[in-house]
Design a protein around this ligand. Structure first.
Ligand code: PMV
Length: 335
């Protein structure tokens, strides 16, 4: 590509929520390789929409986030983009215009949707013609969970499938498990706090790897959890997936809690909702919880139960609002 062209592309991507959690980076990784396998669902209603405009008339990169200039997040995004500019053989500055229809950096996976949208838009604008696997690898290098937002429905990063390619791609990538219509689970996100989290996932993961006494047990278990979860998704076995997914979530938080300093991502409202969801399931409502690196509660429901669970969740004190989602598509271009 020549350096003097104006290039523009817009992409949309959705956050994903891990049912089998990723927490921890491989040792000595230069490409942000995960230390564990993971499996997730991609949502639809929550979305990041990103327009990239590469123009030699710009002096430097600039970022507009939700309609406002943002200099704090620019360096990370700018250097991610430079990896792709290098592949295209250009140095043209870019205006990154991105918006989220949900709270940014608050445990709702805005980095997953944000970096997935960035890779898909840059692949198009810079004429890179990368395969989905390569796009997923680049997204993983920017934010581990972003690799999974390239795909809709259910997707996984399965470490034994790693395929080493020279930098900047590296080894691990996400791959589809099943499309959204295979099993249209519903998700109710209970928003407990709209504030940005105090400890980002990268710092948290490094802390856990360096200090948590449970770390080796954690990394030893995730390949098997992913294999089992994939079989349960294929069989649409809600009860067994509920048990396995809550196990993975609580195992990740046990690891985080036993780090020094401790990583306590829950608030009182998060725990109240976890207990309520377990009670509803014991009473016969097909729902289970998961929680990421923030206080929000995500209630995963069997098809047709979203409305009932959203209603009950919104009645719990400490839940500020409930966002209802279905499973959605992977990252894609908009035009
Ligand atoms: O992709 P990161 O670096 O934001 O890490 C995501 C970590 C969790 O959301 C807690 C778990 C996961 O697998 O998405």
């Amino acid at each position: 590509m020549t350096d003097n062209a104006i290039r523009q592309a817009t992409a949309i991507a959705h956050p994903n929520i891990a049912l089998i959690k990723y927490w921890g980076k491989a040792e000595n990784t230069t490409e942000n390789e995960p230390a564990v396998s993971s499996l997730s669902i991609t949502l639809d209603e929550l979305a990041t929409r990103t327009t990239l405009t590469f123009d030699t008339a710009y002096k430097t990169d600039r970022l507009t986030l939700n309609g406002k200039p943002d200099t704090a997040k620019l360096p990370r995004i700018s250097s991610a983009l430079s990896v792709m500019r290098q592949l295209a053989g250009i140095t043209t500055p870019c205006h990154i215009d991105t918006s989220n229809n949900f709270p940014t950096g608050a445990g709702l996976a805005s980095s997953a949707s944000g970096f997935a949208a960035l890779v898909v838009a840059a692949n198009q604008a810079l004429d890179l013609n990368l395969s989905l696997q390569q796009q997923s690898k680049l997204a993983r290098a920017m934010s581990g969970s972003a690799a999974r937002s390239l795909f809709g429905g259910f997707s996984k990063i399965y470490l034994p499938h790693a395929q080493l390619e020279p930098a900047p791609f590296g080894s691990n990538y996400a791959e589809p498990v099943a499309p959204a219509d295979h099993w249209p689970l519903e998700v109710c996100v209970g928003v407990v706090s709209e504030e940005e989290k105090a400890i980002g996932s990268t710092a948290g993961m490094e802390n856990s790897r360096n200090t948590s006494p449970y770390y080796s047990a954690w990394t030893a278990g995730n390949d098997a959890d992913v294999i089992n979860a994939e079989a349960l998704v294929q069989a649409r076995d809600f009860d067994k997936l509920a048990e396995l997914s809550e196990f993975s979530c609580l195992k990740m938080h046990a690891l985080a809690l036993a780090s020094r300093p401790a990583l306590l991502y829950w608030s009182g409202a998060t725990m109240d909702a976890m207990r309520a969801i377990q009670r509803w399931r014991a009473e016969g409502t097909p729902v289970f919880f998961t929680v990421d690196a923030g206080p929000q509660i995500k209630a995963i429901c069997a098809p047709g139960y979203g409305e009932l669970v959203a209603q009950r969740l919104s009645e719990l004190s400490g839940i500020k609002r409930v966002i209802r989602c279905r499973l959605g598509q992977g990252a894609r271009l908009l035009d």
